[in-house]
Design a protein. Structure first.
Ligand SMILES: Cc1ncc(C[n+]2csc(CCOP(=O)(O)OP(=O)(O)O)c2C)c(N)n1
Ligand SMILES: Cc1ncc(C[n+]2csc(CCOP(=O)(O)OP(=O)(O)O)c2C)c(N)n1
Ligand SMILES: [Mg+2]
Ligand SMILES: [Mg+2]
Lengths: 321, 371, 321, 371
């Protein structure tokens, strides 16, 4: 997936010379995950910029660059390091278009490697997406596979609205043959039914899509037909696709790594419980992180949703008559 | 936390060109040349600017008292800092202000009635920033400086492709704002990128009730050297010194010599905003002292010395101020308020499913209610 | 209410000399809302500290003071100015106790005047509570009336955990006779049934409790019996109290000023829809702010939930058979 | 953004006491008195510290390569900066470190096997901060300095009631960290409150791949003067200069003269962490040059000059290093891993309904699964 993102960024830099990349260690080093590998060599240090070590500074200056007509793509090195930039993101980036009654657009993309499961130390395994999804004026998307990574990063960069682009870092090493000539067939904000099913719907995004698919496979082997939806966009959320699925299955499980309490699943459960009140045969169940800080990596497998926990929720849902 | 004594105006290294007690301009090797084009007529126009912006300010305060504005942040006392600096830059330059730079906006050509729309509560902005190359009020202290630096970085990039480009960015902020990390980050990014940006600090001695000694125990201008940046302290009630210093810093930026921090030492003669009661935290004596340093009187004494302060001139200036004030009042009273559903108008520039849904529900609900 | 808070702070300063107040303009000025009026004069500039203008600096230094044994109470002047401190709050304050396996406690209280309805300019009417409620390691509470204000601020300061204390600024001028000698009868994290009812439950908190009560009164005049719950604590949430109520009424409306999308109401709707799946006679409805930045004050009344919008939701819920 | 050239070690105003190519200590009017108690025996003990901490570091790197640690951030090359400064302060002082100060923790008396627990992934901390008056790793760059200042403010308050209190706070951070707004805010709060805190910057020339010239185009130490604070630049590979300078700054803080910023110019001879590949961003030549400035060799030359570097002494030091390394390895291999349900243990210090509920579900689920 890291390679697919690299290809997508290269394509964006090629297509539009207002596009520029900014971040810590993204130039000479190519990023700590090598997502920007070689791009400085190819496009120059003016378009792929190694910045000083200050996230607020990166986003603040990128906003200014955007106001001058550029389309900055900022990398936050790890999820846990986005908070110093929170004020610039939430009070500036998100609000400038509204504030100026549409006069100023800020086409900024913020790339954030996120999530756990890679055995990292503190602050390197966070899932902060709900903070941004709750913030009006931002768009929040996340890819779950190399194909989407390639297409979605380009779509995000083309958007005139600010986009938080969350990259599931534990999937960076996933491999796939990505067709670099294919144009995206799905809108950036559309959810995708990854596999169809009839008994129960599982909604997941980013790193958890693979987990959901594995659970569905296992369930299938026991005769249960699971429909898996990759959410892709967390703000806005494509509720129509979820609705349609739940109208069919009557049961819904939402899976994410972030804390369940006020995580993305809360909004999905709330809204689907309202919209599908008479179709739901069981309560919407949520599988996710606990209401604790992300734990040390030796016990992270107990924090992270895995196939078993998803299957357990599926069973619990199916048990409701 | 001990409160250091407020910084003194009369530090030796503060640039000042208007004499304090009348007489003609002081000569300064470095800065006087920047005033070569300021003849008597121009001096009178500067005076007019000072009077007009004070008059706009007074009118806005009056409108607030009458309930026409929700709030107003008076610039009373800071006219010279704002007029001098605004006159020192060009229309193509881009200004990232805070919330008190009404005079700067006015001099950059905004329809003055638009300035009040924000304070009335009718909008979060007021004008299109690109119309006058100046942002609308930045309320979060310390947020706009980094944006100015980024904009200036953009200019640098543009200039590489088009060597006719010599724009700069200018950012205004207060003494209080210098404590925010964002300010230091902005100095750091500017210094390390050599961006064409001028940092203009109006040190008006207070951040609401906090005297500047709470923010720093040394002159703010000193901060620049820590980043290897040029810093200049100027008498902020001396409109000509401010003009000269701004032109100097702007020229440095324009010619690739990098950023400059200007500290204009001035005084907020009014309250922080119309909601504030400065008698709770400062002495009458202090205000009285600064009244003797009034920036308008200061220039007037030089006009008098040169024989320019004729009754005719003063009457014309007053008439102009009256006219602008009347226009401002009229514009304010005629404000067309936003439609309720405008709440949803510009949250995103591209369609957004949740906004569409909520807007539809909103219209439905309010239509339903009306029937 | 401002006076009640002032009295509560005075009491806390009196009771425990490790308590100290920090913030912008809280000393000589007594705070822009006069909540700390006279306290510097009474307790000295060492215990009621006017800080430099930097929220991150305030919280960061307060954490250090807490590590040295103090119990700082920090004021953030307005809701919209808490974001520069977000990193210190979310990555430090919230995590230090967990990080150190309980060795270090950080008994910090952050007071935040919040919410709209006072005709203020941009960034002065925000409702950021969900960001903090989603953050493990923090506690989040809010008062709705002078009595609670007096008791809860003292309880918050006595807590060894970090507490975000949200004060509904539009209620600062509400008056009531507060018994300054009464000890709090309710736990800090307990919800309170403000008025009992049988047809439908309305859950609200902070500024919206008064609105909910007004709606209940109006509904009563039309023969509908509404139970109103003041949530008081937003993290943790006292779900048992809500459960009990919904078990009785079968219908729930949640009201807050913050954006509905991923607001506190999302978690309540999600959890109650799950826990009371078979008791609910209608979907949980949410009344709150829209998915837009807080608008200019001339139109804020259209953004803010009011009695009519609450009544409308009540009607919609009751209409479900 | 242009990359200024990396700062030179040999700036005139850099304090250095160990000669570079052998010989005895240089005399310095201001700083030599701070080494009055450093006799030959003490010099040998300092040498031992340097060797031991390098050996711990090497052992940890080896353990990481063997899969026993998830990650390790080597201090190779920075031994003098850490040993010198750690020896310059007292047990009662409180240290707010970043994540690379293994030597400081060791010298403050932590059981060295505890240091590794963090890097193994067994905990977010490793030791009880109050046991050695030092925080556990601070990963978010720029976060710990403000906390140090707050702690120091607490000391000031305590000292008012008890004049036997002369503790100080010391905070460690890298060159990269100086770009964060939090660092400048910390300088500002410290300067305006006059808090007893020492800011100790290990300028090891890199923030991961970013040479220090990306952060600043002037020496980091210069930042201090912008806040009216004392700043000292010291040769960070000269353990005695670092010791003297730290004692000087600590004494200033202790006696009420306020904060000091120390910039210790050193070099990270290894990778940023074991995950890093420095060959991607720096030249072999540069590394080779700095190898000639190795902080251990540097002290060794003086020991040799004084005839202290006997085979016996060197062997004893090696034996000690071997012993500590063996202890570290053993401790690491014997780590007792946290129980799964420890996830819920210390989120709050008081009961919390959601945690109780989730813990119960968790135990239920895992008990269920086990059956
Ligand atoms: C981040 C932030 N914190 C607090 C405030 C509240 N506030 C508004 S103006 C002000 C003082 C600003 O002082 P200064 O920077 O000197 O500007 P001045 O008002 O004097 O022009 C404060 C604290 C704010 N707007 N933003
Ligand atoms: C806020 C934040 N941003 C980014 C990172 C990722 N990161 C870890 S170490 C590092 C470089 C730090 O450089 P420096 O301060 O010089 O310390 P050194 O590693 O050289 O000791 C970066 C960018 C981080 N830990 N925290
Ligand atoms: Mg000011
Ligand atoms: Mg470094």
């Amino acid at each position: 997936m890291a390679k697919a993102l690299n290809a997508g960024l290269r394509r964006s830099l090629d297509d539009d010379d207002r596009v520029m990349l900014m971040g810590e260690d993204i130039g000479r080093l190519g990023g700590v995950f090598r997502v920007t590998d070689q791009l400085q060599a190819e496009f120059g240090a003016d378009r792929v910029v190694d910045t000083p070590l200050a996230e607020s500074g990166i986003i603040g200056t990128a906003i200014g660059l955007a106001m001058r007509g550029y389309r900055p793509v900022c990398e936050i090195q790890f999820d846990g390091f986005i908070y110093p930039a929170f004020d610039q993101i939430v009070s500036q980036l998100a609000k400038i278009h509204t504030r100026t009654e549409g006069a100023v657009t800020v086409p900024l993309t913020i790339r954030v490697p996120y999530g756990g499961g890679i055995g990292a130390v503190e602050h390197h395994s966070e899932s902060p997406e709900a903070y941004f999804a709750h913030t009006a004026g931002l768009r929040v998307v996340t890819c779950s596979n190399p194909d989407d990574a390639f297409g979605m990063i380009q779509q995000a960069i083309r958007s005139d609205d600010p986009v938080l682009f969350f990259e599931p870092k534990r999937r960076y090493w996933d491999r796939a043959d990505v067709d670099l000539d294919a144009a995206p067939t799905v809108g950036l904000y559309d959810a995708r039914v990854v596999i169809a099913g009839s008994d129960l719907t599982v909604v997941a995004y980013g790193p958890m899509v693979a987990t959901a698919l594995a659970a569905a496979k296992e369930a299938a082997s026991e005769g249960t037909s699971i429909e898996v939806i990759d959410l892709r966009s967390l703000s806005p959320i494509d509720f129509d696709t979820i609705d349609r699925s739940v109208a069919k299955t009557g049961r819904l499980v939402v899976v994410h790594e972030a804390s369940v309490f006020l995580g993305i699943g809360a909004e999905i459960a709330a809204r689907i419980s309202e919209r599908c009140f008479f179709q739901l045969e069981a309560p919407v169940l949520r599988v996710g992180g606990y209401a604790t800080p992300y734990p040390p990596s030796k016990v992270e497998q107990y924090y992270l949703p895995d196939v078993d926990r998803v299957l357990d929720a599926i069973d619990r849902s199916l048990a409701v008559e | 936390m001990s409160i250091a004594t407020a910084q003194q105006l009369d530090t030796a290294d503060t640039v000042t060109l208007l004499t304090e007690h009348g007489g003609d301009l002081r000569e300064d090797d470095l800065f006087s040349p920047y005033l070569a084009d300021i003849d008597d007529a121009e001096l009178c126009r500067i005076y007019e600017d000072l009077v007009v912006v004070r008059r706009i300010d007074a009118e806005a305060t009056a409108l607030q008292r009458q309930g026409e504005l929700a709030l107003w942040a008076p610039l009373l006392g800071q006219e010279a800092a704002q007029v001098g600096s605004a006159r020192g830059i060009r229309p193509g330059d881009f200004v990232f202000g805070s919330y008190r730079e009404h005079a700067v906006a006015y001099l950059r050509g905004v329809d003055p009635t638009l300035i009040l729309r924000f304070w009335r509560g009718s909008t979060h902005s007021g004008w299109n920033p690109y119309d006058i190359n100046m942002t609308t009020p930045a309320i979060v202290i310390g947020s706009q400086m980094l944006q100015a630096v980024g904009y200036a970085m953009g200019i640098m990039r543009d200039a590489k492709r088009d060597d006719s480009i010599h724009d700069i960015a200018v950012t205004y902020f207060g003494d209080g704002a210098t404590s925010q990390g964002g300010f230091s980050e902005a100095l750091g990014f500017a210094a390390s990128s050599h961006a064409p940006v001028v940092f203009f600090c109006q040190n008006n001695q207070y951040a609401i009730s906090a005297p500047v000694g709470i923010q720093t125990s040394v002159p703010i201008v000193q901060r620049a050297s820590g980043f290897g940046m040029r810093g200049i302290r100027v008498d902020g009630n001396d409109v000509l010194a401010v003009l000269a210093v701004t032109r100097y810093a702007a020229e440095r930026a324009r010619s690739g010599d990098g950023p400059t921090l200007i500290e204009a030492v001035t005084y907020r003669m009014g309250p922080h905003t119309t909601s504030d009661d400065p008698t709770r935290y400062r002495d009458a004596d202090e205000l009285a002292l600064w009244k003797t340093r009034d920036p308008i009187d200061r220039l007037l004494r030089t006009l008098e010395y040169r024989g320019l302060a004729t009754d005719e001139m003063l009457a014309a200036v007053d008439a102009k101020a009256d006219a602008v004030a009347a226009e401002v009042r009229k514009g304010c009273l005629e404000t067309v308020e936003p439609r309720p559903e405008s709440i949803f108008d510009h949250v995103y520039s591209e369609p957004h499913s949740l906004i569409e849904e909520e807007r539809a529900e909103f219209l439905d609900y309010h239509r339903g209610g009306a029937e």
